[in-house]
Design a protein around this ligand. Structure first.
Ligand SMILES: NC(=O)c1ccc[n+]([C@@H]2O[C@H](COP(=O)([O-])OP(=O)(O)OC[C@H]3O[C@@H](n4cnc5c(N)ncnc54)[C@H](O)[C@@H]3O)[C@@H](O)[C@H]2O)c1
Length: 434
């Protein structure tokens, strides 16, 4: 078996075959970065449509232009649905599969386990395995390691195993994979060293830590910190409304403190793949230690209440106009979970629209970045922005502050606006702010 120095030499020489399992928001940029740095890369995904698109040089992610995929293909990148094609012969495998929650908010590690079993089938001497999917502390050593150790193989001796979380922020133009420091913790010191060495070829700064658990926990601290602070400000927004204080002005004022304060902003509820999900991985694991992670549970409760709060705001606003929510025409502006991207995952709009409909409002939406959306029982199609759909609505409900919306025009031409993002700040109109 090659020693660490020999493996590093092959990494330097780019004679090191990379496989990436799961070509989504996390795996695809990782695979393309390695390809860009001259590594032979094979991507494995079970979705044949993604694989077909990539092999035709097409990207399906907003952040990745198709020419980046074409460039990678020229350098030898390929995608496949067949695990033997990607995994047999791989020197390093990165696991970037989903880690969702079940209906009862328990971790669903089925994707990680299935990917781990695939890796185990093809594991060879000296191979490096890196788990990237966000998960609770202990997953790498308690779930993945036993799968790979079958047959008496030992981590650090026969193969290398590490955890290195992803910090990708969809839509962020400044911080990309290359300039976002990457934490890595291996099962042994050699595991950390090899993973850190390989990752340093695509990331400017690698932060080695003492174990996979520290790396796993650090990712969950980052996300829990956001969840708790967003929920704090959401609760404050509810109080401010009752006290008739403008919460946005309060945050702006507090933000002038030059140290010790980081602003977070209220909104209609949290969305995305990470923030509403990851902290529950931690609170689930905490229960195994007889520990109740109260901050996370409370934050979840407050954030879950936000869609209801927004529906109450709309009801109240209409009431003041002498109208009821029943039969009113509501135009939802923006349904993506965050501005300027088309990602709908866990978006609060998916809760708010059915809540409005349950109360018999007539709801339509306009989001140029989300042409259609699936509700439980049917699909909705976005009204074209060019039709100025706000003109016919009894109430415009702004959920996502996309750059493309002509705010001034909307403010002037709408009968009533409920603004959950302070997107109409400074504009005149009949505007009710969260
Ligand atoms: N999206 C983000 O912003 C972000 C940021 C940091 C961390 N993460 C974490 O990274 C992980 C992946 O997230 P994502 O957003 O890239 O998910 P995603 O859904 O965009 O992509 C996952 C891909 O894995 C594929 N897949 C699932 N099981 C597979 C298997 N056994 N073999 C091959 N392919 C398989 C799916 O088809 C899908 O294309 C999650 O743990 C997530 O929490 C996501």
């Amino acid at each position: 078996m090659e020693n660490l120095e020999q493996l590093k030499k092959r990494i330097e020489e780019r004679e090191f075959q990379i496989a990436v399992i799961g070509l989504g928001y996390v795996g695809l940029p990782l695979a393309l970065s390695f390809a860009q740095e001259g590594f032979p890369v094979s991507g494995l995904d079970k979705d044949p449509q993604k694989v077909k698109a990539l092999n035709e040089g097409k990207s399906y992610l907003d952040d990745i232009p198709s020419n980046q995929v074409e460039e990678a293909l020229k350098r030898g990148f390929s995608a496949t649905t067949r695990e033997s094609e990607a995994l047999a012969g791989a020197d390093a495998v990165f696991i970037c599969v989903p880690t969702p929650l079940t209906q009862t908010k328990d971790p669903d590690l089925s994707y990680v386990i299935s990917a781990g079993k695939s890796v185990a089938r093809y594991l060879k001497l000296g191979e490096l395995v890196v788990l990237v999917s966000t998960t609770y502390p202990g997953t790498t050593e308690e779930v993945l390691l036993p799968l790979l150790q079958k047959g008496g193989r030992k981590a650090g001796a026969h193969f290398y195993l590490s955890f290195s979380p992803e910090r990708v922020d969809p839509g962020n133009k400044i911080y990309r994979l290359r300039n976002t420091p990457k934490v890595v913790g291996g099962v042994t010191a050699a595991c950390t060293e090899l993973a850190a060495f390989l990752l340093s070829k695509i990331v400017d700064k690698v932060i080695p830590v003492s174990s996979p658990r520290v790396a796993e926990m650090s990712k969950l601290l980052e996300n829990t910190y956001r969840v708790v602070n967003i929920s704090l400000v959401n609760e404050l927004a509810q109080l401010c409304r009752r006290m008739k204080v403008n919460v946005w002005e309060v945050i702006e004022a507090a933000s002038t403190k030059p140290y010790g304060f980081t602003p977070f902003y209220p909104g209609p509820g949290m969305g995305g793949h990470c923030i509403p999900i990851d902290p529950f991985y931690l609170s689930w694991k905490a229960r195994a230690y007889d520990f109740n992670l109260r901050f996370v549970e409370l934050a979840g409760e407050i954030n879950d209440s936000m869609p209801y709060f927004v529906v109450d705001l709309v009801t109240e606003a209409l009431n003041r106009e002498g109208k009821s929510l029943k039969d009113s025409r509501i135009l939802v502006l923006g349904v993506a979970y965050k501005q300027n991207i088309g990602d709908l995952r866990e978006s609060p709009a998916l809760k708010i629209i059915p809540l409005l409909e349950e109360r018999e409002a007539q709801v339509e939406y306009c989001d140029p970045l989300v042409p259609s959306l699936e509700l439980e029982d049917r699909a909705l199609t976005s009204l074209p922005l060019s039709d100025k759909p706000w003109k016919g609505a009894d109430c415009v409900l702004l959920l996502t502050a996309h750059r493309v919306f002509p705010y001034q025009e909307i403010a002037q031409e709408s009968r009533l606006i409920v603004d959950t993002r302070n997107a109409f700040q400074g504009l005149e109109g009949n505007i009710v702010r969260l």
